[in-house]
Write a protein that binds this ligand. Structure first.
Ligand code: GCU
Length: 512
């Protein structure tokens, strides 16, 4: 190549890079994007709220000097939970109609304003498309798998595109539409269908041909190892069983004649404060920071699950009247929030959800409100940060000031099928989660199930004195159910109980 031409090439390349950089800068400028850390975003919200200082959260390390409280005697500094059956103005809620027409909307409004945040009025529509269909086998069950992308675009925010990822799996031999459990976690093909042995042989022959064309000396190598193949079938592996020796949730579900949908929350909104000006929250805000009443990640994940349900309602393989939502840990919180807000979900399996989920915010045991206003702030509305403030233009606030609590969030699931699941600390379902607190909230929520005419828990009582049932003792007779299994930070050991319980209530027969 001539030196002059080389120069021209270089100049063209540099020009192209410069143009691309300018374009991307313009896109970022349009969407208001400069890179921010989670700390900067957290500080921005503190500034918006007029907060000078937050109380620090406790340490999750039980040996650290500032570890969380684990003394039950000190766990109830605000001993009374807000009453789900009393309106904010003090009027008692005395009928199912009054719950539906007045109290439920009031509670949702309070949770939105002060805890999880509001979904902005104008969120662009989601365009779902099936990107690939695969015929697979999960265990012994043949399944049909559809991989889906739900795209959200906003012309005013060209720098941000949201592509929600969901994978729908239904048993291929089902006689009709099946109940489906949507599960928060990674999406993708569970057991990709592979080429047949004959097809693999053809692929291997083609590979060898191409490689020998590239490097003729490889012919001798291939001849010396005639039985060796480059592309091989994935060896059969037994699935990893849970602590109770049961098969994975997905295996159990399809064997029981259920479908499942894997829904990736992080494809809606990052699990990171640095991502708040991106994802669906950033897209709607044109890349600007949130205002204090706007949605946090938990509400955004729940919104995404609802959009996933919009798609499921259009799919003939799905019994859309019986779609459940499931998650563990932070996704257990998200599952509960999803169920509370969207009445189209018929069931929920809330796995080890803890603070921000089933356990009362007012309790001081393990994870604290101060954890949720510190490093985990982006899960919540900005407004929630006020309850961790020690110095602010409005003075200071405490968890006791939060107008609602988790007993009411659970009550918002009534009268639908609600299963609260935990494991045990000895196996890793840490005390941090406050199992006893969740039991208290569940017992209190039960009153709303009863008011609505649903068969609730088979235990009732006052949450102040309620004692958590022993490990492995399921309370599964009513639509509100509780079981603490003897495994770890997972809901897998409860899956078989969940399926029996759900099948009974929705009148679904597993295939023979
Ligand atoms: C942390 C966090 C919990 C959360 C958990 C998880 O422990 O404090 O709120 O549930 O992570 O999601 O694994």
């Amino acid at each position: 190549m001539q030196p002059r031409m080389q120069h021209r090439r270089l100049a063209m390349t540099l020009g192209a890079i410069l143009a691309a950089t300018l374009l991307s800068l313009a896109a970022h400028a349009q969407s208001g994007q400069t890179v921010w850390t989670a700390e900067q975003d957290h500080q921005n919200m503190m500034d918006q709220l007029g907060i000078q200082a937050l109380r620090p959260g406790p340490s999750g390390d039980e040996k650290a000097p500032n570890h969380a409280n684990y003394d039950e005697q000190q766990a109830n500094p605000y001993p009374n939970l807000p009453d789900p059956l009393t309106m904010s103005d003090g009027t008692p809620v005395t009928s199912a109609a009054m719950w539906r027409e007045r109290r439920r909307p009031e509670l949702l409004d309070l949770f939105s304003e002060y805890v999880y945040g509001r979904v902005p009025a104008k969120v662009p529509p989601v365009k779902w498309s099936v990107t690939a269909v695969d015929h697979e086998r999960i265990g012994f069950t043949p399944v049909l798998v559809k991989d889906l992308i739900g795209e959200v675009v906003d012309k005013a925010t060209p720098g941000i595109v949201v592509k929600m990822h969901m994978t729908l799996v239904t048993p291929s031999q089902a006689k009709g539409p099946v109940p489906v459990l949507m599960m928060f976690g990674r999406a993708g093909f569970p057991a990709p269908n592979e080429p047949s042995p004959e097809e693999m042989e053809r692929i291997n022959a083609a590979w060898k041909k191409v490689l020998t064309q590239q490097d003729a000396s490889l012919a001798a190598v291939f001849a010396a190892h005639p039985a060796w193949q480059m592309v091989k079938p994935t060896p059969f592996a037994f699935p990893q069983r849970n602590e109770d020796g049961d098969l994975p949730n997905t295996w159990q579900l399809v064997a029981a004649g259920w479908g499942f949908a894997l829904f990736d929350p992080t494809s809606v909104q990052a699990d990171d404060g640095a991502g708040v000006r991106q994802g669906i929250i950033g897209l709607v805000n044109h890349g600007q920071p949130r205002t204090p009443e706007q949605w946090g990640a938990l509400r955004a994940w729940a919104w995404g699950a609802s959009r996933g349900l919009d798609y499921l309602q259009t799919d003939a393989a799905v019994d859309a009247r019986h779609v459940g939502i499931e998650g563990v840990s932070r996704y257990g919180k998200a599952a509960l929030v999803t169920m509370a807000y969207d009445e189209r979900f018929a069931l929920v399996l809330i796995g080890s959800s803890g603070k921000g989920g089933a356990t009362p915010l007012r309790r001081n045991f393990g994870e604290a409100v101060e954890s949720l206003t510190g490093g985990e702030y982006y899960w919540m509305a900005g407004n929630f940060m006020k309850y961790g403030a020690s110095a602010a233009s409005f003075g200071s606030r405490t968890p006791g000031d939060i107008p609602v609590d988790s007993n009411e969030l659970l009550a918002l699931c009534a009268p639908r099928l609600t299963f609260v699941s935990y494991g045990i600390p000895a196996k890793g379902d840490a005390r941090w989660l406050d199992h006893q607190g969740s039991w208290m909230a569940t017992i209190d929520a039960n009153r709303v199930f009863t008011l609505l005419g649903a068969k609730g828990l088979d235990i009732s009582g006052d949450y102040h004195t309620a004692k958590m049932p022993p490990v492995n003792e399921g309370h599964l007779d009513g639509v509100l159910a509780w079981r603490q299994h003897d495994g770890g930070h997972t809901d897998a050991p409860n899956m078989k109980y969940f399926l029996l319980w759900a099948d009974k209530w929705i009148n679904h027969q597993p295939p023979q």
